[in-house]
Design a protein around this ligand. Structure first.
Ligand code: COA
Length: 168
């Protein structure tokens, strides 16, 4: 295990993505996000080509975080835990945070959507703050990625990008 310091994350090992992970990463992103393309703030990111942390539990891959570093900011592009509530999501966030700090970043930020109340809760519990609501940003995102649904989690219309950040 590396890069995390809390008790909850002890069940998970974290490692840099390898060539062998590529097919799994494409499959996971496609299943969880409809495509390997992820749109944030009007930009389309090819998430399967980004730096990534893979979580391993036992012999299985159980989580993925992709991110990009731009100057002194790090944007988390995707975060998925395939085995929830045992510390995998927290461990992945901690590892991206550690990597961002090593790279000299001052800010770790991300976009989630207004329907993802669980994520908004999860990130706030881990020190992130809401810095902006980009109203109706999903209209533009859908032009770039038409597969983004109109209705999201809990039947909530997917409309806005919620920007969250953690100062490092
Ligand atoms: C949001 C998400 C990443 C959280 O991942 P996770 O692996 O469930 O996260 P964790 O296990 O670290 O934390 C979840 C809860 O489990 C609890 N938990 C962790 N280890 C635990 C353990 N051993 N026993 C009991 N509870 C535990 C944590 O305390 C946490 O609760 P809290 O927020 O009240 O503190 C996950 O739900 C997910 O992949 N969602 C779908 C994709 C998504 O929305 N991604 C983020 C938007 S970009």
């Amino acid at each position: 295990m590396q890069g995390n310091d809390d008790e909850e994350s002890r069940a998970v090992d974290l490692r840099q993505r390898t060539e062998d992970d590529s097919d799994w990463i494409v499959e996971l992103l496609t299943k969880e996000w409809g495509s390997t393309k992820i749109v944030t703030r009007g930009n389309t990111w090819t998430a399967d080509e980004l730096p990534a942390v893979v979580a391993i539990t036992g012999d299985e891959r159980t989580g993925l975080a992709t991110y990009r570093i731009d100057g002194d900011s790090c944007e988390m592009i995707s975060l998925n835990s395939l085995m929830e509530n045992i510390g995998i999501g927290t461990a992945l966030v901690n590892e991206v945070k550690r990597r961002a700090k090593v790279a000299g970043c001052k800010r770790l930020w991300l976009i989630t959507t207004n329907d993802n109340l669980k994520a908004i809760r999860f990130y706030q519990r881990r020190g992130f703050v809401l810095v902006a609501v980009h109203r109706n940003a999903l209209d533009e995102s859908r032009r770039l990625k038409p597969s983004i649904p109109l209705v999201g989690l809990d039947g909530i219309p997917m409309r806005d990008e919620i920007e969250m950040e953690l100062i490092l």
